[in-house]
Design a protein around this ligand. Structure first.
Ligand code: ATP
Length: 236
């Protein structure tokens, strides 16, 4: 087991956003977290990456308790989040942004290899390597955020709404890339509004409702679950 979240609760001031969440991610998996707006998906990601402290419960990564570990030290251990809605450095070029993703690494050969891999995964970024991040289109910035996270060579990649704001064709493309990244050996935890695509791609998934996990199963099971279909896939 790569990641284990055990009974985690999280508060924003007096608002309780997570009520005792438990979930696991095994090595090699794509695990999806789906749920309506405000269900607590991004909050769960923030708890895992360490951006927000948890009120109670435990988070373990590779068997070690990281509940209280600083966010930057989690990145060094191989837990990396590509932020929701970009979060790239607007004043830096595409290449500089990608370099920043590798800031914790010293293995220059490995970094060069991963840069090539990112350029192959995202030919659009390769074409625009000298362009400033802030002048990229929304979809291109999204790709850059994923590419930058990959440059840290994570053991677990956290993706928060990678398809947000993308045109239908690009949504297909980003999900294909997610599958490809996974097949190349990276474990992925994915938060998505686009439940159809996420469930189709995920090995396993969890459904979050008002800060609680209400259902879990394989991607295929949930894709065919009547209540999931009705609530999240827009089919009665
Ligand atoms: P969406 O799909 O709309 O992004 P989500 O499932 O990711 O939603 P969260 O962003 O995790 O939901 O929010 C969970 C709950 O916590 C919501 O009710 C939200 O209003 C609240 N919340 C999130 N961030 C804060 C904050 N900084 N301060 C107070 N409340 C917050």
């Amino acid at each position: 087991m790569l990641l284990e979240i055990d009974d985690v609760s999280l508060l924003y001031g007096r608002i309780q956003a997570l009520h005792g969440i438990s979930l696991t991610v095994n090595e090699g998996e794509i695990v999806a977290l789906i749920g309506a707006n405000g269900a607590g998906k991004s909050t769960t990601m923030r708890a895992i990456s360490g951006i927000r402290p948890v009120a109670s419960g435990r988070i373990r990564f590779e068997g070690e308790d990281i509940t209280k570990l600083r966010a930057d030290l989690r990145v060094r251990r191989g837990l990396c989040q590509a932020p929701e809605g970009r979060g790239i450095f607007p004043g830096m070029t595409v290449l500089e942004n990608l370099d920043m993703g590798a800031y914790t690494r010293r293995d220059r050969a490995g970094i060069a290899q991963d840069l090539n891999r990112v350029m192959e995964l995202f030919p659009r970024l390769a074409e625009r390597r000298k362009q400033q991040g802030g002048t990229l289109s929304g979809g291109e910035q999204q790709m850059l955020a994923v590419g930058r996270a990959l440059m840290s060579r994570p053991k677990l990649l956290l993706l928060d709404e990678p398809s947000m704001g993308l045109a239908p064709m690009l949504i297909q493309q980003i999900f294909s890339i997610i599958t490809e990244i996974n097949e190349q050996g990276t474990t992925i935890l994915l938060v998505e509004q686009n439940a159809q695509q996420a469930l189709a791609r995920a090995h396993r998934a969890y459904v979050l409702e008002t800060g609680r996990i209400v259902k879990s199963g394989t991607g295929a099971e949930l894709l065919h679950d009547p209540s999931v279909k009705e609530a999240y896939l827009g089919v009665a």
